[in-house]
Each structure stands twice: as C-alpha cells, then as structure tokens.
Write a protein that binds this ligand. Sequence first.
Ligand SMILES: [Zn+2]
Ligand SMILES: [Zn+2]
Length: 322
Amino acid sequence: MLDKLGVKPTSKILYEKIRHPETNRMTSILNGTRFLYIEPLSDDRVLPRLHTCAGLQCKIFHFGQPKKASNPICTNCWKTGHNRTRCTSDAACKVCKQTGHLPGQKDCPYFEQQKHLTPFCGSEDVLSNFYPCELDICGVNHKSAEHAFQYIKAVRCGDLEAANTIKEADTALSALRFGKKVKVNQQWESTKAEVMQDILENKCVQVPMFQEKLRTSKQSTIFVEATFNDEWGSGLDRQGTLNTKPEHWPGSNKLGLLLKKIAKKVRKRKLSDSVNRKQRNSNRDQSRQLNIVQMLKQLRTASDSDVSGCNPDSDSSSDEGK
Ligand SMILES: [Zn+2]
Ligand SMILES: [Zn+2]
C-alpha cells in the first residue's frame, strides 16, 4: 500500500495502545490503529482519506490533510486535490480555468457584456437576503431574510440553541456564520429551496420597497446574486457576473431564479392570496415542527441522565474537550 501511495516510511509500523480512562496511564491494550512516520510529502500533496490494504478498506489520517473526506477544490487554480493555502500554481479564471485573466475580463472566452442583468449583493441592496428588514415568519420576528432562513434551518434540524443565537445575531452575516455550524439533515437539503421561496414571498408582502423593485422589473430581467456562492449566486463577483455569459457562470443562481419567479407573480398581482394561505398552513407546520423538536429535546435529556446514571465519569470528560 505504501508503494502505491508513493510514500517513504522512516519507521516500522507501530500499534496504538489505549490509555486507562481514570489514571490516563498507557495500557498494553491495542485499539486497532496502526501508525508510522514517513518522509514529508511534497508541498501540494495530501493522501486520500480512504484506501484498501490487503483487501481491507482503511482510513488514512495525517497532519495537514483537509478535514473533509471529499476532494477539495483549490480556489486559486480551480484544480482538485489541494486547497488554496497549498497551491503552487498560477491563479486561473474560475469560468474557463485558464491563467492570465480573471472572470469578466476581455481575454476570457466567455466574456460578454450583459444587458438585462439586475445583480444584487450585500446589506445595502433590498434584493439581497442581507438587507436589514423586519420580517414576521410564522409568528417569529427576524432581522433579515438571512436570519429567517438560518433560523428555520436550525429549528428543522433540531438545534434550538443555534436557532436562538441566530435570532439574536446583530447582522445577517453573523446569522449566516452561526447557521453554517448547524449540522443539516437530508430532509433540510431537499426542502430548503421551498423554505427560501416562502421567506422571499413573505418579504415581498411585508417590505414594500422589495415588492416595488420586483413589480417594476421587466420580463426579460435576469436577477442574479453576484457573490462567490455557487449554489444561490453566480459564483462570481459583480464585475465577473456582469461580463460573463450566464450559461457559463460557475454558480447556479438559485436565488436569482426564485426572485424571477416571484416577480412574475407580483406583476400578475397573485402573491398576497397565496402568501396568506401558505402562512396559515406553515403556522400549522411550525407548531407540528416545534412539537417534534420538543419531543427530541425531552428524549435527549432523558438519555443524558441515563448515561450519567450508569457511568458518572464518562459524560463530563467527553463533553468538555469540545
Ligand atoms: Zn491550486
Ligand atoms: Zn476565463
């Protein structure tokens, strides 16, 4: 296996032993982990997290290895297998992956000045989720659409503590940062676009300036979140977005597409009714959701006390290190 990985060992294979949980003294019991020292890897190399050895799948961990098991993408040269801090290549264009220019510059093969774009980003722009505004979603008051989105994410994933922190966050950016720490589940992944649409439709009813901006847009207008976010935005900054053919934006611009959909409803004056109806339905959903969260909390408290009942040492030591 070592040959295949192209690493040079400088020690023989050693076996890790476990320490006694109370005295912390080394025991002679093996925990199954093997380790060895190797010659330093060349600068941009990291070893894969998974590998087979004698027909068995094993995990490899080493210093400097990215935490995620997935292949990292470098945001400097856009190649995979390393990250920006370890990059030794020249900077490349995120759109065409060639060097010597940036997205939106004339040398890029996908350069084209766009005419019907309405790019938005940042807290100054009413179209952006970062724009500070009072929003009532299912009876909870939020300071921006971003606050609302991150809050609902935390509630739906059962993290009430994070939900409260998000709700109290001063700015949309800090709400986003707290929200990023929430461990999301598959159900959230498959419903988040709907949640976003609900929030934006509510914003449209509750924030007149937002509604006006959508109502006065043309049918041909392409809304686009000009941020580096590859899911909700174009994946490019403002300059890059304005001067790149939309089909070559690295991001999928989900937010812009949602705004276009809502703008169409607003122009046809179909929004208020549907929002009110949804608000009633989601009030019901929300209380159902809170019941589930409440139940989970009770279950967790019950199981925590069980653990401390059987083994008084275990829970305090494992929690405090985190
Ligand atoms: Zn790179
Ligand atoms: Zn390019």
